[in-house]
Ligand binder design. Sequence first.
Ligand SMILES: [Zn+2]
Ligand SMILES: [Zn+2]
Length: 349
Amino acid sequence: MPPAPRVYEHGGGVASVAVTIPDNPLGHTLVHVVDTDRGPVLVDTGWDDPGSWAELCEGLTALGTSVRDVQGVLVTHHHPDHHGLSGRVREASGAWIAMHAADIAVVRRTREAEPGAWRGYLEAKLEGAGAPASHTAPLRAARPGDYPLPRPALPDREIGAGELLDLPGRRLRAVWTPGHTPGHVCLHLEEAHPANLPGRGRLFSGDHLLPGISPHIGLYEDPDDAGPGLGDPLGDYLDSLERVARLGAAEVLPAHQHAFTGAGARVAELLAHHEERLTGLLALLETPLTPWQLAERMEWNRPWARIPYGSRTIAVSEAEAHLRHLVKQGRAEPVPGSAPVTYVACDPS
Ligand SMILES: [Zn+2]
Ligand SMILES: [Zn+2]
């Protein structure tokens, strides 16, 4: 017999279904189900996999509804563990799919990219970051088709920053929280908490605010956007954390792990963690380093030698986001004439 669907009733017309992310230590995406006067609306949908799809459908049935009744899908951000099944939900139900414009742009770019474009972009980017030839060799050796691009569903509605969403019988407001992706949104349910917990309503936080992990913050991957003088995703993320803390939500319903209270304390903890990390990086940058060399020396959840190939690429992107932020803050600077570019801490005096 298949295992029973993992569903959680949060009260006040909100429930969640745990949808497995295959072969991923995160385990599952929590798809939140918000009842409206017209039918259920989902916050995220989960990974596009037959087993995950079955879990979502069975979960909705266990909650007394059906995937066919879904009215709409609010996607917190474009990542495949959140947006993967949105297209299937729309096919099964005729639901609309809504996302912030900045992430819709990413979806559109992914759908329109030439095969191989991503590989070429990644190779150039890694070389620019000082990656050794051994790391870029597999990309150079790749044949067309080795890096198949996904075809994420194109949303049909935009979620505007600060918008009160048109959900009959509910007060749900979009809060733009760029950082993890350029168009990440949290959704604030501005209704009294069903168990009268102190605070203002509930927050669907996506990957922005999680109880036990800090989301990946890399550069906003955009092949059309290469060059200096660009955004500061880590700075955006830290600002977005302060923005959600000011909401004073009584309870947070994130997209992974579990629901939690104490949003303000969790934000303070994350801000302190990031400041500590930035200070640690400045100590490393007393010697000029490329982003790759910085990534090798940064603290990760395991020694660099044991970090697998794909995760190293992600780690370098995270090192670059930290460098970008330190440069914007005037705490580090590129060394003129260095190639690949190295960065050094500014003299604090
Ligand atoms: Zn994500
Ligand atoms: Zn996620």
